[in-house]
Design a binder for this molecule. Structure first.
Ligand code: 4AZ
Length: 245
């Protein structure tokens, strides 16, 4: 997260991150969101790390030494029982950059984040304020990431306007994507799979996906648009014969 602040403890308990339990629970470089008791929504291009373990509950994220007693809830760690990559995910264009991760057992003490089921994000005007959340790069020069969860307020940018910026690189911004950033505020490497959150309405509207650089005024951060694939997500989870999911 570029230009952000530490997220208050407990604000995004549904936020999750990839870890490797075989290596001291080291962070594996992607984020995700608990969207039902047993499913995490993340980015398909995080494929390399999403099959390891997941840690949910941002209240305690990265607060091993600096929580000042705020971390009164145990972090929830689960192995993965299934990974579902969106069938139309395109690694070259990064279109439909969605993956669903089924956890080995449900998480019952954390409320999942509601999804944008009403195509709310399609009604946004340029400048609509949203929040990006993650542990990714905070400084482009040093490449440093954050031990503690960060968030930053960014502004929505309509696809046409965003696509114009990317036209010199020949990149397209189809409906399955959406854009948001602000001056010196953006998602960056390591924020992938994390959340673009409409705090006003309490819904998850995007998944951190890609962008040319970070906080570059010439290129806006790009997200997978949740409302575009809401029914795919819903169907996959609801059709899971395991009813606790
Ligand atoms: C990445 O590499 C990445 N500025 C994610 C988001 C952005 C850039 C890079 C957006 O995961």
């Amino acid at each position: 997260i570029i230009g952000g602040e530490f997220a208050p403890f407990g604000e995004y308990k549904w936020f999750a991150k990839t870890i490797d339990a075989d290596y001291n629970n080291v962070w594996m470089g992607c984020g995700g969101m608990l969207i039902s008791p047993q499913y995490i929504l993340t980015a398909a291009h995080c494929e390399g790390s999403i099959g390891h373990e997941w840690e949910v509950n941002a209240k305690c994220h990265g607060s091993y030494s600096e929580d000042n007693g705020n971390c009164d809830q145990p972090r929830e760690i689960r192995t993965v029982s299934k990974v579902i990559i969106h069938p139309k995910f395109d690694y070259y264009y990064l279109s439909n950059d969605f993956a669903l991760v089924k956890l080995s057992s449900p998480i019952t003490n954390i409320r999942p984040v509601p999804l944008d089921s009403n195509k709310l994000s399609k009604t946004y005007e340029n400048g609509k304020k949203l929040w990006v959340i993650g542990f990714g790069v905070t400084d482009v020069i040093s490449g440093a990431t954050s031990e503690r969860l960060k968030h930053v307020e960014v502004k929505y940018e309509k696809n046409k306007k965003c696509e114009r910026k990317y036209s010199d690189l020949g990149y397209e911004i189809p409906n399955s994507m959406m854009c948001a950033a602000d001056v010196n505020k953006d998602a960056c490497q390591g924020d992938s799979g994390g959340a673009l959150y409409d705090k006003e309405n309490g819904v998850l509207v995007g998944v951190v996906s890609w962008g040319e650089g970070c906080a570059d005024p010439n290129y806006t951060g790009v997200y997978a648009r949740v409302s575009n694939q809401y029914w795919w997500i819903k169907r996959k989870i609801c059709n899971d014969p395991d009813k606790s999911a």
